[in-house]
Design a protein around this ligand. Structure first.
Ligand SMILES: NC(=O)c1ccc[n+]([C@@H]2O[C@H](COP(=O)([O-])OP(=O)(O)OC[C@H]3O[C@@H](n4cnc5c(N)ncnc54)[C@H](O)[C@@H]3O)[C@@H](O)[C@H]2O)c1
Length: 262
């Protein structure tokens, strides 16, 4: 990537799981840096609402509705781009299976956990790579891991196994794709205050954000004594995609308020 542009202006990106949550913050960040963004998400409802809002704000965003496990839909999303759009050279894999079970997990639970998180991620990455040049592609992938990829958490066996696999996938694909000029990295966030986490803390624990952040077992477990905002995850993802990270591949960047440091 030596001699490449450092920023992201004029690039086309694909973001899986981009309709809401951290993914939506990533879409907004990339658009604000001048990217065109293809959002690939299984939620037509959230995807349409988000894309309508972004389009009204002047962002160049396209929605493709589909599951990351649906190979035909993934292929179609890459093939059916608006006129004038280049094929994506940036990919952010955020869609995941949210299944939190221990050893009691059934085969169905394991598929629900691992299929989107690692099999679907692999299928999307394969299609992304298929459209890139054999050499000097100037392309980058960021996969979503988690602090859960690095630690043990009671009752999280299915989720943490999937996120651990993302780290292995990242290292192996970084090696496989480096000769083609494609960098692959991951990020590992701590708890991010999005709609899901707000609902969970309110409904399951009866806590608002300030109270949850003050609690030692919730926000207090992070060195910075708080949760992250989605934008604080989007920024390092944009950095890893950009030419500023041109000598970074095959690694994981914790974005965790210092959680893994102690
Ligand atoms: N929220 C956190 O605290 C946190 C922390 C660390 C890592 N993460 C990871 O960040 C990513 C985004 O999490 P979030 O909390 O913003 O989630 P979210 O539920 O707010 O958004 C996830 C999006 O992915 C889409 N999606 C889910 N499965 C899909 C599939 N099979 N195919 C296509 N789209 C699919 C959903 O429709 C949704 O729009 C996930 O990989 C999650 O594991 C989240």
């Amino acid at each position: 990537m030596r001699g490449r542009a450092r920023g992201l202006a004029g690039r086309t990106a694909m973001v899986t799981g981009g309709a809401q949550g951290i993914g939506a913050a990533v879409v907004e960040r990339l658009c604000s840096e001048g990217c065109r963004v293809l959002v690939y998400d299984k939620s037509a409802e959230h995807g349409r609402a988000a894309v309508e809002k972004w389009t009204a704000e002047g962002y160049e965003v396209r929605l493709a509705v589909g599951d990351v496990m649906d190979t035909a839909a993934v292929k179609a999303a890459f093939a059916d781009l608006p006129d004038g759009w280049d094929r994506p050279t940036l990919l952010v894999n955020l869609a995941a299976g949210f299944v939190f079970k221990g050893l009691e997990a059934t085969a169905e639970d394991w598929h629900a956990a691992l299929d989107p998180t690692i099999v679907g991620l692999s299928l999307v990455t394969r299609e992304f790579v298929a459209g890139l040049p054999e050499r000097d592609a100037d392309a980058a992938v960021v996969n979503m891991a988690s602090i859960s990829a690095h630690i043990s958490q009671s009752g999280y066996l299915t989720y943490n196994t999937g996120k651990s696999a993302v780290l292995g996938f990242t290292r192996c694909t970084a090696e496989e794709l480096a000769p083609r000029g494609i960098r692959v990295n991951s990020v590992s966030p701590g708890t991010v205050w999005n709609a899901n986490n707000e609902r969970f803390h309110r409904e399951a624990l009866g806590l608002d954000r300030a109270t949850a952040e003050a609690a030692p077992e919730h926000g207090g477990k992070f060195l910075l004594k708080r949760f992250a905002d989605p934008e604080e995850i989007a920024a390092p993802i944009a950095f890893l995609l950009s030419g500023e990270a041109s000598f970074i591949t095959g690694t994981d960047l914790p974005v965790d308020g210092g959680y893994l440091a102690v």
